[in-house]
Design a protein around this ligand. Structure first.
Ligand code: TYC
Length: 102
């Protein structure tokens, strides 16, 4: 909004200088206690994967220590992490889920 010589204002188009939103990986971490079946169900339920894909991700985490379940905007990633950790704690499992900038 810019003042003019008549005491009014004119509205000028803003420059398009907004950065695209950062994206975040949601990563599952391995542990020795959470049952494989529970991890498969979590991946299916919160990351919309079919059972085959969820099993592959779970086995990757089991073997390598970590695995990516998906990439999301900051808010969605944070919500997924909270939902997965809350679900795991309610079931009494130590499953760890974290987000990191992609
Ligand atoms: N390592 C666990 C077991 O042998 C299975 C597991 C997989 C746990 C993935 C956590 O994110 C995980 N029961």
């Amino acid at each position: 909004i810019i003042p003019n010589k008549q005491g009014g204002t004119v509205l000028e188009r803003q420059e398009q200088k907004l950065k695209p939103p950062s994206m975040f990986k949601v990563v599952l971490l391995n542990d020795d206690f959470t049952p494989m079946e529970f991890v498969i169900m979590v991946i299916q339920q919160y990351f919309n994967k079919d059972r085959e894909t969820a099993s592959q991700i779970m086995l990757k985490v089991h073997r390598d220590g970590r695995g990516i379940c998906g990439v999301f905007s900051r808010d969605v990633a944070a919500t997924k992490v909270e939902q997965v950790v809350t679900h795991a704690r309610q079931a009494g499992h130590p499953l760890q889920c974290v987000m990191e900038e992609a």
